[in-house]
Design a protein around this ligand. Structure first.
Ligand SMILES: [Zn+2]
Length: 79
């Protein structure tokens, strides 16, 4: 198992990426930082492979810690 897999299995890593993107996790749910979200329509869950995944039921974005990281990087202004 490589580092990529280990990170996908790490709930804290996914939570940290979401918080960096502007989300505030309450338990396993949060408001989606990737669209204008007034109610928590997003959340995290562990899939069959044991990976922690993010899923927004409103804008449809879903993915692992890597996808969340990549998407939040895109939103940041270039440094
Ligand atoms: Zn969303």
């Amino acid at each position: 198992m490589g580092f990529a897999d280990l990170r996908k299995r790490d709930r804290a890593a996914l939570a940290a990426e979401l918080e960096a993107a502007g989300a505030q996790l309450k338990g396993d749910s949060c408001c989606c930082p990737f669209h204008e979200d007034k109610h928590p329509s997003a959340g995290i869950y562990q899939n069959e492979a044991g990976f922690w995944m993010y899923k927004c039921h409103s804008c449809g974005f879903c993915g692992s810690v890597w996808d969340v990281e990549a998407k939040s990087r895109v939103r940041l202004p270039p440094s």
